[in-house]
Design a protein around this ligand. Structure first.
Ligand code: PHB
Length: 391
C-alpha cells in the first residue's frame, strides 16, 4: 500500500511538471513598470487604467497564448525602475516590457538592448527615449509635437512677449527648446525661462517673477498631476486678472485635474494629442468604459497605456505568438490604427508615435470643464527627430 502511495505521488508530481511546462510555453509575461506611488503617482494611475481597460476589452489570450501582466511600482525612482526591470527579465522571464516616465525609460533602455526585450514606452515624452535602445517603441507623445505647434499659433494670434515656466527635467527642457524655436521664428520674443523643481513644486515665487517681467503670455509645462496646483497658484498670484494669457502643451489643462479647476481657467488655449471631449464614437466609448472601470476621467497619459497594449497585442498577432525580440519590434514598426485620440501610427524608421495634434480651448460642456478642439494638425512627427534628419 505504501509503495502504491509513493508511485501515485510521483505520478502526480510528473503530471504537474508537464502541466507547468506546457503553461510556461503558452503564457507570455509582460512586465509593466510604472510610477504607482511617489512624485508622479497621478501618471501611473492613469497609464495603468488604460492598460487594464484594454485587457478587459480584448481579453487575455492573443495568438493562442495566455497574456500575464506582471505589474511593478517603480515608486517614481529610476534606479528602482531599473532593478525591477532586471528582475522581471531574469527571474520572471518577461518577453515584453512597458516603461513609464522619462528617467525610468532611460534607466531601462540598456536592459532592453542587452536582453533584446521589446519595450513599449507608455509615458515618456522626451524625444531621445526611443533612441536609447533599438528595442524601444513609443505609444505616448513627445513634448516637441505639441510645443512647436502652440508656439506658432501663439505668435500668429497676438502673443509677442513670453515668459516660460517649465518643470526642470528632460521633457520640460524639450518643451522650452521647441517652443522657443517656433515662437521666435514666427516673430515672438522669449524674455525669460524659469525652471521649477519637479519634486514638491511651489509655483508661487516663479509666478511672481514671471509677472514682474510683464509678458503678454506665459508658456508653461508641468507634468500630469501638477496642473491643478499650478492653476490654483496662477490665479492666487493674480496672473489671470493681470491679463496674462496662459498657453502650453496639453499637460497644463490635464483632463485629470480640469474638472476641479477654478473657472478662471476658461479660455486657456493649449496644443495636445488628446481631449476626453474628442468627438469620435471610438472616444465616446473609451471615456465611458474608462470611467466605469477606473472611476475617473481618462487623460492624455491613459492613452499611452491603452494604445501601448494595442501595440503589444497587434505585434503578437503578427508574429503568431513568437516572442523573439527582433520579430516583435519589426511587427510593431508601421502599425496604424484608430485610437480614442484619433488616427495614430508607429513610424517604422524611428519607432516613434505619429499622431494628430489639436489646438483646444477650455470651455464648459454639460456643466464641466473640457478641452474643446478647434484646429487639427494631422500626422505630426516628433520635430526634434525630424530636425536631426534634415541637418
Ligand atoms: C515624461 O515622463 O516625459 C512625462 C511625464 C508626464 C508628463 C509629460 C512628460 O505630463
Amino acid at each position: 500500500m505504501l509503495r502504491r502511495a509513493v508511485v501515485t505521488a510521483a505520478g502526480v508530481l510528473a503530471a504537474s511538471f508537464a502541466a507547468s511546462g506546457a503553461l510556461a510555453q503558452d503564457t507570455i509575461k509582460i512586465g509593466i513598470v510604472q510610477s504607482l506611488t511617489g512624485q508622479l503617482t497621478a501618471v501611473g494611475k492613469q497609464v495603468l487604467g488604460g492598460v487594464n481597460l484594454y485587457v478587459q476589452q480584448k481579453g487575455s489570450t492573443v495568438a493562442g497564448k495566455k497574456i500575464e501582466l506582471v505589474v511593478k511600482d517603480d515608486t517614481t525612482v529610476p534606479d528602482v525602475a531599473k532593478r525591477l526591470a532586471q528582475e522581471l527579465i531574469v527571474n520572471d522571464k518577461v518577453k515584453i516590457l512597458a516603461t513609464g516616465i522619462t528617467p525610468a525609460s532611460f534607466a531601462i533602455a540598456p536592459l532592453a538592448t542587452q536582453g533584446k526585450i521589446p519595450s513599449v514606452i507608455m509615458v515618456s515624452g522626451t524625444s531621445s527615449a526611443t533612441e536609447r535602445s533599438p528595442y524601444m517603441v513609443r505609444a505616448s507623445f513627445t513634448l516637441g509635437q505639441q510645443s512647436g505647434i502652440i508656439g506658432e499659433w501663439a505668435a500668429k494670434n497676438g502673443s509677442k512677449k513670453v515668459v516660460i515656466v517649465q518643470s526642470d527635467w528632460a521633457p520640460g527642457a524639450e518643451a522650452t527648446q521647441v517652443f522657443t524655436e517656433s515662437f521666435t521664428k514666427a516673430g515672438g520674443q522669449v524674455v525669460e525661462t524659469l525652471k521649477v523643481p519637479l519634486a514638491n513644486p511651489d509655483f508661487s515665487p516663479f509666478l511672481q517673477r514671471a509677472r514682474d517681467a510683464n509678458p503678454d503670455t506665459l508658456f508653461v509645462f508641468v507634468p500630469a498631476g501638477q496642473a491643478g496646483l499650478f492653476a490654483k497658484q496662477f490665479i492666487e498670484r493674480g496672473l489671470d486678472k493681470a491679463g496674462i494669457r496662459l498657453i502650453g502643451p496639453g499637460d497644463i489643462t490635464d483632463d485629470d485635474d480640469l474638472p476641479r479647476m477654478n473657472e478662471s481657467i476658461l479660455g486657456t488655449v493649449t496644443a495636445g494629442h488628446y481631449s476626453a471631449y474628442h468627438e469620435s464614437p471610438t472616444n465616446k466609448e473609451y471615456v465611458a468604459a474608462f470611467q466605469k472601470l477606473n472611476g475617473m476621467r481618462p487623460n492624455f497619459i491613459s492613452l499611452g497605456g491603452y494604445d501601448g497594449m494595442h501595440v503589444i497585442y497587434e505585434a503578437l498577432k503578427k508574429t503568431n505568438g513568437n516572442t523573439d525580440g527582433d520579430a516583435l519590434i519589426n511587427a510593431m514598426k508601421g502599425l496604424k490604427w484608430e485610437s480614442p485620440r484619433g488616427p495614430i501610427s508607429i513610424d517604422p524608421e524611428t519607432r516613434d508615435i505619429v499622431q494628430n495634434i489639436y489646438i483646444r480651448k477650455v470651455e464648459k460642456r454639460d456643466g464641466e470643464l473640457y478641452n474643446i478642439e478647434f484646429a487639427t494638425f494631422e500626422a505630426v512627427k516628433d520635430p526634434i527627430k525630424a530636425a536631426k534628419k534634415t541637418n
